[in-house]
Design a binder for this molecule. Structure first.
Ligand SMILES: [Zn+2]
Length: 221
């Protein structure tokens, strides 16, 4: 408010009072909001040292802040529980199918039944069984820039279905040897592909997960 002269003093005093009222209302509303949020949400329990943040129930979608939304350069989680980035081997360029093609993925060795976890936040786009991949999952990231492919699963996590959102770290399946994996070598075949504009989940262009998992992977105990 623009005022002048002595009335200006009165006006600015009344402005001060108004400002104080606005602040007071703000404090009350803000305080009530904090109380409501505290009562409504599940309590945030700090993780003990060595405790894993994974294994959320499937479909349990928490509030995800903007900074955690998946982007092309998002930090990945190694998709097998208990496997550290330094244990991975880069076999993206290895020849497969008697040299007729390159692998285009990395294989992560683990015991049969080890939980497979979502490497990023995203949506389960397709549950598919193929001769080569066996039991597989195609997950889109939030921005639908990339598809994350998990293959040779022993089984899916209970409740997993197409269309649901799974936060990073959610158990989505278990390591196995379905498809063409050697029966004595359970492993997760993990691929990341850039999606075409049509978003067809089977038509992606492979990108190597290894550098992303070893240089930008989240440090989890
Ligand atoms: Zn493989």
């Amino acid at each position: 408010m623009v005022t002048s002269g002595s009335s200006g003093t009165v006006s600015s005093l009344s402005d001060d009072v108004r400002t104080f009222k606005v602040l007071l209302v703000g404090w009350i509303v803000g305080g009530a909001f904090v109380v409501l949020c505290g009562a409504g949400g599940s309590p945030a329990v700090p993780l003990a040292a060595g405790q894993r943040p994974a294994a959320r129930p499937v479909g349990d979608r928490p509030h995800v802040s903007q900074s955690h939304v998946s982007q092309p350069d998002v930090e990945l989680l190694v998709p097998v529980l208990g496997i550290r980035p330094e244990q991975l081997r880069d076999n993206f360029d290895e020849h497969r199918g008697n040299g007729t093609r390159t692998h285009g993925a990395i294989d992560i060795l683990a015991s049969r039944g080890t939980p497979v976890i979502a490497s990023v936040d995203g949506t389960i786009r397709k549950l598919f069984t193929s001769r080569a991949g066996g039991l597989t999952i195609y997950q889109f990231d939030v921005a639908e820039n990339r598809v994350y492919y998990y293959a040779h699963l022993d089984r899916y996590a209970d409740g997993l279905r197409e269309g649901i959102f799974v936060p990073q770290g959610t158990v989505i399946g278990y390591v196995g040897t379905t498809g063409n994996a050697p029966p004595g070598t359970p492993h997760l075949h993990f691929a990341i592909e850039d999606l075409p504009p049509t978003k067809e989940w089977w038509k992606g262009t492979p990108v190597n997960p290894y550098p992303m998992l070893t240089t930008r992977a989240l440090a989890r105990p």
